[in-house]
Design a protein around this ligand. Structure first.
Ligand code: TTP
Ligand code: MG
Length: 389
């Protein structure tokens, strides 16, 4: 498997920097942007780093900020403009990789795995982006590149402002180890307090703590996911704008069907169509849902997670068959059946998966089938499951 490289970028003091970019007189000054800036209830949206020196922070009441930094310049935020600049940042990121996910108005994850060779490495790609954003938008930003989103996001925060860091593959755990547990997303004040009570202050201590001890302190689920994060092992893949939420197909029958063998045939066909679309979009699915409408209008869904993400018909069919066993327990006539593939992601592990499962042949066959279907239509090629009647 090609190790992923995930770039996280976060703009520095975003709203304030945007104002400083369009009005040079504001540069180098303590600048505070807020909503309802003149109202007693207004809060600080952000403060320039010059204002942070005085202790001014996001979400602080403006009144308090004025006490801490009376010489500051206070401005009302202009959200429409910040959103427009955010879109420009998004466009610049799109020039280095198609896999961009904006996580908020001023931060994004970019899967740069496929772009690194082109640009010449982590440092080069980060420098390229920083230079473009400086030149086109006059804005500072901070970038981290690591094996997954979690580590890159934590790392960005550590090198702000105007920073860059690359966490080499394999050194995630060592990188995180000395940081306080509060730096882990998901470790709020209550969790940190629970951890402190069992003597855990750093991410490294959390990573190597006995699981039993953590479960007692935090509860089973929280303990496991937090410990995985502490080991730098977590991190979902990039969800780009292009990834649909699910791919589904369904068939309504003119007359109610009671023959489950027939329903299985129809479902196999629907599953093949879904998988065809899945592969055409280079996606994999982690969840299969079977939809059954029993006559007249009683619709039920049955779902199961797949052991590994897949785009292979046979895997989806196996799941459908297992779900069918549950659906047919109702012993009622059926008006409609459908298949939906969910928890979609970019097909990254396809090749490894195929070789791991001895599925190479399947892959070759399916690609040939997809090609033929592209040329001569979907129904030109029937695979084993739907071919036999
Ligand atoms: P952040 O990225 O959290 O903050 P920032 O960009 O101002 O500063 P830095 O990243 O360098 O630490 O948030 C991005 C923008 O979102 C910020 O400029 C203003 C807005 N924002 C609020 O309106 N309220 C808030 O409480 C926070 C945290 C941010
Ligand atoms: Mg920011």
């Amino acid at each position: 498997m090609t190790p992923r490289r995930i770039l996280h970028i976060d703009m520095d003091a975003f709203f304030a920097s945007v104002e400083q970019a369009r009005d040079p007189r504001l540069r180098g000054k303590p600048l505070i942007i807020g909503g309802a800036i003149d109202s007693v209830r207004g809060v600080v949206s952000t403060a320039s780093y010059e204002a942070r020196v005085f202790g001014v922070r996001s979400a602080m009441p403006i009144a308090q900020a004025r006490r801490l930094c009376p010489q500051g310049i206070y401005m009302q935020g202009d959200h429409a403009h910040y959103a427009a600049v955010s879109r420009q940042v998004r466009a610049i990121l799109g020039t280095v990789s198609p896999l961009v996910e904006m996580a908020s108005i001023d931060e994004a994850y970019v899967d740069v795995t496929g772009s690194l060779q082109l640009f010449g490495g982590d440092a080069a790609i980060a420098e390229h982006i920083k230079v473009l954003i400086r030149a086109q938008l006059e804005l500072p930003c901070t970038i981290a590149i690591a094996a997954n989103r979690l580590v890159s996001k934590i790392a960005t925060n550590e090198v702000k402002p105007d920073g860059f860091i690359s966490v080499p593959a394999g050194s995630e755990r060592a990188y995180l180890a000395p940081l306080p547990v509060a730096k882990l997303p998901g470790a709020g004040p209550k969790t940190c307090e629970s951890l402190r009570r069992i003597g855990i202050m750093t991410i490294g201590e959390l990573a190597s703590a006995p699981t039993r001890l953590l479960e007692q302190g935090l509860g089973d689920n929280a303990a496991l996911s937090l410990q995985r994060a502490a080991r730098g092992e977590t991190g979902a893949d990039i969800e780009t704008d292009r990834t649909p939420k699910q791919i589904s197909r369904e068939t309504t029958f003119a007359e109610d069907v009671t023959d489950w063998g027939e329903l299985e045939q129809v479902l196999a066909r629907l599953a093949e169509k879904c998988c065809h679309t899945l592969r055409a979009q280079e996606l994999e699915a982690k969840r299969v849902t079977l939809k059954v409408r029993y006559a007249p209008f009683d619709t039920r869904t049955f779902a199961r997670a797949l052991p590994t993400p897949t785009c292979v018909d046979a895997d989806v069919l196996a799941a459908i068959r297992a779900l069918l066993a549950r659906a047919r327990a109702r012993k009622e006539p059926v008006r409609l059946v459908g298949v939906a593939l969910g928890e979609l992601r970019q097909g990254q592990h396809q090749l490894e998966l195929f070789s791991a499962n001895g599925n190479e042949k399947w892959e070759r066959v399916l690609h040939t089938v997809d090609e033929l279907r592209g040329k001569i239509g979907f129904d030109a090629v029937r695979l084993g499951q739907t071919g036999r009647r």
